[in-house]
Design a protein around this ligand. Structure first.
Ligand code: 5RP
Length: 229
């Protein structure tokens, strides 16, 4: 059911895409549906050029013969279509469960429009139920982690700040060769201030708060796909 809902949201986003567009391709199981559907269109002669937000999405797009480029070659993108872990009523997001938050944010920032696709389980009143991913440099991890913990505590984080690991217990490493700390807030009451304080920490590369970036979301529920904007 959930996969069907994700596909329905992806199909709605596809209606916004016109031939000749330059697109950002998100990462995750919902974005994967979009890439599949786009691949079908490309096979039927649809023209586009895309920038993937992860190695995984690049591999999927390549397997579907979707033309790829990068942000050195392309100046701006028309639309980025991506998933999210949480969506609040102002369309602020938490992203990064798939570990692609850095490239996702760079690609979204280079796009005229960011469209989020999700099922309705991602809707929240206040961000923070989902752990906030914070991408950090490997160098100085201990010092960075202590500072991140202090900042998160000051912003009301009641839970732990956990180094992300793989199923086999290794540190999870991002496409950019960084590590991820997941901060279990419960509730983030001042996301803008938290964002600024986290980015002030020398070892923090990026975090998964996407504030004022998403202008449209297609959210699928059993009774249909809602457009939020
Ligand atoms: C990856 C992401 C994903 O878009 C987010 O985790 C949602 O994934 P899914 O569609 O599988 O629920 O931010 O870094």
């Amino acid at each position: 059911m959930s996969e069907e809902l994700k596909r329905q949201a992806a199909a709605m986003a596809l209606t916004q895409v016109q031939s000749g567009m330059q697109l950002g391709l998100g990462t995750g199981s919902t974005a994967r549906h979009f890439v599949d559907l786009l691949g079908e269109k490309v096979a039927a002669g649809f023209e586009c050029i895309c920038v993937p937000t992860s190695e995984a999405t690049a591999r999927q797009a390549e397997s579907l013969n979707i033309p790829l480029s990068d942000l050195d070659t392309l100046d701006r993108l028309d639309i980025t279509i991506d998933g999210a872990d949480e969506i609040d009523p102002q369309l602020n997001l938490i992203k990064g469960a798939g570990g692609a938050l850095l490239r996702e944010k760079i690609v979204a920032a280079a796009s005229d429009l960011m469209i989020v696709i999700a099922d309705s389980s991602k809707l929240v009143e206040t961000l923070g139920r989902f752990p906030l991913p914070i991408e950090v440099n490997r160098f100085g991890l201990g010092a960075t982690r202590r500072t991140v913990e202090a900042v998160c505590r000051a912003h009301g984080c009641a839970g732990e700040v956990r180094l992300r690991t793989t199923a086999t217990g290794e540190s999870y490493v991002t496409d950019g060769d960084h590590l991820i700390l997941d901060a279990f807030f419960g509730r983030i009451s001042q996301p803008e201030a938290l964002s600024a304080d986290l980015l002030d920490i020398a070892g923090v590369v990026q975090h998964g708060l996407f504030l004022n970036m998403c202008k449209k979301a297609y959210v699928a529920a059993p009774d249909g796909v809602r457009t939020l904007s």
